[in-house]
Ligand binder design. Structure first.
Ligand code: 9L3
Ligand code: MG
Length: 141
């Protein structure tokens, strides 16, 4: 029996960081997960796994470069919300940052498509279960 007395099965924690790029018209960038990856076809806030030794901000700056070919810096990243979602085999923790200042035009280097969407329209796009609860915070911006 676990010392905590909890009957919930333990699951490995996965730390992922995600980012809402917000443009001058207050639209948010979402990205469609590609075929062949988990959750293919769903629209997500770009980001990815925090590697050992990285800070969440460093991981996000790296992921934005790899996935979208945009450059930003830590001072341009503001924490906004936090997702916590249990999958069968792991528990995903995912802080969401907002970024309003970057260099470069986002390109879909790893996604099937990109879209700029008003926060109030985000619910029209099917999202992974971790991303959906984050929409409310973006609508309140
Ligand atoms: N994930 C969910 N929402 C997001 C991101 C960036 C990632 N906005 C989930 C999907 C995968 C896991 O996190 O289960 C790792 O993401 P990836 O490395 O497959 O992109
Ligand atoms: Mg990713």
């Amino acid at each position: 029996m676990p010392a905590s007395g909890s009957s919930a099965p333990s699951r490995p924690l996965l730390l992922v960081v995600a980012c809402a790029l917000v443009d001058a018209d207050r639209r948010v960038l979402i990205a469609q997960r590609p075929e062949g990856k988990a959750l293919a076809g769903l629209w997500e806030f770009p980001g990815g796994k925090v590697e050992p030794g990285e800070t969440p901000e460093a991981a996000l700056i790296r992921e934005l470069g790899e996935e979208l070919a945009v450059e930003t810096k830590q001072a341009c990243l503001a924490p906004l919300s936090f997702a916590s979602h249990s999958y069968e085999n792991l528990h995903l923790l995912m802080p969401l940052y907002v970024c309003r200042k970057w260099q470069g035009t986002p390109q879909a280097r790893e996604h099937a498509a990109l879209k700029w969407v008003r926060p109030q329209k985000l619910r029209d796009y099917p999202m992974p279960p971790a991303d959906e609860p984050l929409i409310a915070a973006l609508c309140d911006l």
